[in-house]
Write a protein of this length. Structure first.
Length: 276
């Protein structure tokens, strides 16, 4: 059972769980179905093991009412349909974020992202579902420069757990600098995306400095028993501020001249924190 049927099930249980129960007409109106389908929803609730019975009509009406047994209701937590009142701007923002998952394309992580959006759709009112369908067509995800992370899901999961628990890791890593595979200890700190690639900051206990590693170059990873203390003065945002991205060296001041034809394109972007 998925989507709007799940919502109808929750609504049916809510109506049957009211002290006065519900009539067939009330149930049909609330679920926007005919009488025959309303009967079917009562059967579905019963098939789930919830004891439903028909009660005599109230004095002011002649219609039979359907209810859940009071003794059983006391065992259930309060059931309620969550309020899901997203604005159009909020929905657009969610899809803008979804468009940034290109580094996970082709992996199991992409499937979990898609699954999360399916659940959003399942809980959304019908008018929002229509908006979601239209908004999907507004954004075309690009894959230029994106790296392939299929097969790296377990490593990403392990790194995530190590970051959250602040656990040191043993890593086997292929370095492009000298084209060698090395084994060393790391304290993983943060992930970040750069030009379609997934990287992460690590503290290197052996050398006492912060470095950047590429996820796809990890060959083996294992969480150690030892925990680490987060570096006191480390500010990851500042390390990502330099104009040349993740290339680090001693800073220098430069003055660059651009041709008139290119200047307007350069002015559109923020290249460095202290640029003029």
């Amino acid at each position: 059972m998925r989507g709007q049927n799940f919502i109808k099930l929750i609504k049916a249980i809510e109506l049957l769980g009211k002290p006065q129960g519900t009539t067939l007409e009330e149930l049909a109106k609330e679920l926007k179905v005919d009488r025959r389908t309303a009967y079917r929803w009562i059967d579905i609730v019963s098939e789930l093991g919830l004891p439903v019975y028909d009660d005599a009509p109230l004095p002011a009406e002649r219609k039979k009412r359907w209810k859940l047994e009071d003794s059983y209701l006391k065992k259930l937590p309060n059931l309620s349909l969550p309020k899901f009142d997203l604005t159009l701007s909020e929905v657009i923002s969610l899809y803008l974020l979804k468009g940034e998952e290109k580094v996970y394309r082709g992996t199991g992580i992409e499937k979990t992202i898609d699954s999360a959006f399916e659940k959003i759709g399942a809980l959304a009112p019908e008018n929002l579902l229509k908006q979601l369908g239209k908004i999907k067509s507004l954004f075309v995800p690009g894959s230029k420069l994106a790296k392939d992370y299929s097969g790296k899901e377990e490593i990403i999961d392990t790194l995530t757990g190590a970051m959250l628990k602040q656990k040191t890791c043993s890593v086997q890593y292929h370095s492009f600098v000298d084209d060698k595979t090395k084994n060393f200890k790391i304290d993983p700190l943060h992930f970040f995306e750069h030009h379609g690639g997934l990287y992460f900051f690590v503290n290197m206990p052996k050398y006492g400095d912060i470095r950047v590693l590429a996820v796809e170059r990890i060959q083996e990873l294992e969480i150690a028993e030892a925990s680490f203390v987060y570096p006191e003065n480390f500010k990851p945002e500042e390390m990502l501020d330099p104009a040349f991205g993740i290339v680090y060296d001693d800073p220098i001041e430069v003055e660059i001249w651009f041709s008139k034809s290119q200047a307007k394109y350069i002015k559109e972007r923020k290249w460095a924190k202290e640029q003029k």
